[in-house]
Design a protein around this ligand. Structure first.
Ligand code: ADP
Length: 217
């Protein structure tokens, strides 16, 4: 859980004072604001914990020089994939293209993850793949989805402990709308086998963006 800090008016005043007069003691800041040192203690604690101010014993407070934007960046990079991911929607590689299109509608998703027996990730199929298949003369009821999916090892994946920021960069770089959240099977043979444990989509990221903006994430 990440707390998105919103500074109070008094905390902003303290930062301005320390910026222009630092290093400065808590006692001196209190004097300038006509407040007691005890009243300021929680504000100073928040400002030092968040990294805006630094405190040195017997010297006082000084401004860390870290702009507010880089603090926002730090906050964003702390949000992990496991904090925002959705439940994955998977289909079997032997399922027909027709059944997968129906699943896409009923589950209201734009990307399906394809698994083989044992739940091992073998591919990904998206709206565009189905559109492409509908242009050719294929029997949607007979053709298995495994024939038109994008297959391993070309699947871009993410993991629970990866930052959402890192995963979002992968989506932009590879121009895909969703990433399967995976973990490695412990009993894998020579090749790494992946199990799908979640789904990260652009919608998850948009929702996170809104919540960060509202300061209630
Ligand atoms: P859409 O088809 O709705 O535009 P995408 O842009 O995500 O969705 O998919 C574009 C292509 O990339 C499709 O061929 C799809 O199979 C493939 N694709 C989708 N997600 C991934 C992924 N995570 N890794 C690799 N390829 C993917």
């Amino acid at each position: 859980m990440v707390t998105f800090i919103q500074f109070s008016e008094r905390q902003r005043q303290i930062v301005e004072i320390v910026k222009s007069k630092g290093p400065i003691t808590g006692e001196q800041i209190a004097g300038l604001l006509n407040l007691t040192r005890a009243t300021l203690r929680p504000d100073l604690a928040i400002l030092t914990m968040s990294g805006i101010l630094e405190a040195r014993p017997r010297v006082g407070y000084f401004y860390s020089g870290k702009p507010a934007e880089s603090l926002i960046a730090d906050t964003i990079r702390q949000v992990l994939v496991k904090d925002v991911k959705s439940v994955p929607v998977v289909v079997h590689d032997k399922a027909s293209v027709y059944d997968c299109i129906v699943t896409m509608f009923t589950e209201d998703v734009g990307t399906l993850f394809v698994v083989k027996d044992g739940g091992v990730l073998v591919g990904v199929v998206s709206r565009k793949d189905f559109l492409r298949s509908s242009v050719g003369k294929v029997d949607l009821h007979k053709m298995p989805v495994g024939m038109l999916m994008t297959r391993m090892p070309n699947i871009i994946t993410t993991r629970n402990e990866e930052s959402v920021w890192e995963a979002a960069r992968k989506m932009i770089e590879h121009e895909v709308d969703a990433l399967p959240v995976v973990r490695t099977f412990s009993d894998s043979g020579s090749e790494e086998q992946l199990e799908v444990i979640g789904r990260l989509t652009k919608t998850n990221i948009t929702r996170l963006f809104v919540e960060l903006g509202e300061g209630n994430y």
